[in-house]
Design a protein around this ligand. Structure first.
Ligand SMILES: Cc1ncc(COP(=O)(O)O)c(C=O)c1O
Length: 445
């Protein structure tokens, strides 16, 4: 069906020649040829089909069109009937598939080792859309009680009110409790974060998947804290969701998300009659998709440096007598577990927590770190090149009530820190040390 692609000047594509076809990668084929690459997200990303720009540019062109023309009226009918789709380069309208968003989505699928992915306008829209696709009124979810506050509120308040979908919150580290809460025939989804926000508890992904799958559940894992570091789908998860707004973007300038999973699920979410993404419409803008696709190739380098600095700071903070939570420290309850799950060379993530005991002390320290020694910024979110710090209980987890926070292990003085890589490590450490010296009566472990 070359007809659609050969109309007008803008339809010209270099890939029409046999020669160009020969250098295009079939990711499935190439990964099958080199099985070890399957385990390395950076290698999988490098193997994804690279789109050239319309004049042979090394970057792909941005397909900014909201709508797409057809050369014959019959083609339109066939597209709407589902006979022709983006897999064959047929596009209808950019709330449905858009070529530039699809290109970024291919990179996300490679990153997570899933058959397909599609990107959305935020992490929350990715989470909402996948849950609404997998669940119907009356269904039940078993979810970790330590989740990003927005996700917790969605499951605890919004979905029961709007959709009659209920959730039992469990300690995801207690596998017996997880199994006990699953109601056969009613529970459809097991939901957790690979590394929890904000407490940095590490989920036993393979075991949780085994339990969920034995009961016929779809296992959905939020991997926002650990792209590259952990690959939940390679460890058994069915669906991986991301807030791309964080490490993957890296610039703290874009809100975006993704759903990575089987082709059948992703296609169902784009279905013209039943698809949650198509019908609720949290569409990613093609210009945003292009920007993000330019950042994925250096995600691996950025993650390695986030992880290296977080590990070093955690070690030094502990030595300084502070109460620090970091999965890379041997005293972290899931240190050995995480060690057995991580992709090699990335370490244990770029997030750490400092428990200052009280909110007052936490605020005092953050105030000095930002306004006196310039160690980082008091701001929510994560994955930026500057260090970002927030007191979780009164910010990103404030949607939870006191009891929920207690159960989730979020103490009032917990500072969540996303460790940046700007400046030198020693420069940043000396800024931290100076701030610590100015805070009296610090809680020492
Ligand atoms: C773990 C986690 N998941 C999902 C989200 C929501 O993502 P977004 O802000 O892109 O909607 C966040 C946001 O902080 C998060 O930390």
């Amino acid at each position: 069906m070359a007809e659609l692609k050969n109309h007008g000047v803008c339809g010209t594509k270099r890939s029409a020649s046999d020669e160009t076809e020969a250098i295009k990668f079939d990711p499935k084929k190439s990964m099958a040829m080199v099985p070890s690459l399957l385990e390395d997200p950076a290698a999988a990303i490098a193997n994804t089909r690279h789109e050239f720009g319309e004049h042979g540019g090394v970057n792909m062109s941005i397909e900014a069109s909201a709508t797409f023309t057809v050369m014959e009226p019959e083609t339109m009918r066939r597209m709407f009937a589902g006979e022709l789709g983006p897999d064959r380069d047929f596009f209808i309208y950019s709330r449905h598939f858009n070529p530039t968003v699809l290109n970024l989505s291919r990179q996300m699928a490679a990153l997570e080792g899933t058959a397909a992915a599609y990107c959305t306008s935020s992490g929350m829209s990715a989470i909402c859309a996948v849950l609404l696709q997998l669940l119907a009124s009356g269904d039940h979810v078993v979810a970790s009680r330590t989740l990003y506050g927005g996700t917790h509120a969605l499951l605890a308040h919004f979905l029961p009110r709007t959709s009659n979908i209920t959730t039992s919150f469990v300690d995801i580290g207690d596998l017996e409790e997880v199994e006990k809460e699953i109601v056969e025939g009613k529970t459809k989804v097991l939901y957790f974060e690979a590394v929890s926000n904000p407490t940095l508890a590490v989920a036993n992904i393979p075991e949780l998947c085994r339990i969920g799958h034995a009961k016929g559940l779809t296992v959905v894992v939020d991997n926002t804290f650990t792209p590259m570091v952990l690959s939940p789908a390679r460890l058994g998860a069915d669906v991986v969701v991301h807030s791309i707004s964080k490490f993957i973007s890296g610039g703290a300038d874009i809100i975006a998300g993704a759903v990575c999973g089987p082709s059948k699920l992703v296609n169902s979410m784009m279905d013209l009659r039943q698809g949650s993404l198509m019908l609720l419409g949290p569409t990613m803008n093609a210009k945003v998709a292009f920007e993000l696709s330019e950042r994925i190739p250096h995600l691996s380098l950025r993650m390695k440096e986030h992880c290296r600095r977080a590990a070093e700071f955690a070690k030094r903070m502990k030595k300084a007598g502070l109460k620090v939570i970091y999965p890379g420290l041997p005293d972290h309850p899931q240190h050995q577990l995480m060690k057995s799950l991580v992709n090699s060379e990335y370490g244990f993530g770029g997030m750490l927590c400092l428990d200052m005991g009280t909110e007052e002390k936490a605020n005092k320290l953050m105030n000095i770190l930002q306004n006196t020694t310039q160690f980082g910024f008091m701001a929510v979110s994560l994955g930026y090149y500057e260090t970002l710090m927030s007191c979780s209980g009164s910010s990103t987890s404030s949607e939870m009530n006191r009891e929920e926070k207690e159960l989730a292990g979020i103490s009032p003085g917990l500072i969540r820190m996303s460790v940046g890589y700007i400046g030198t490590l020693e420069q940043k450490w000396s800024q931290f040390e100076k701030a610590i010296a100015k805070v009296d009566g610090l809680v020492k472990s």
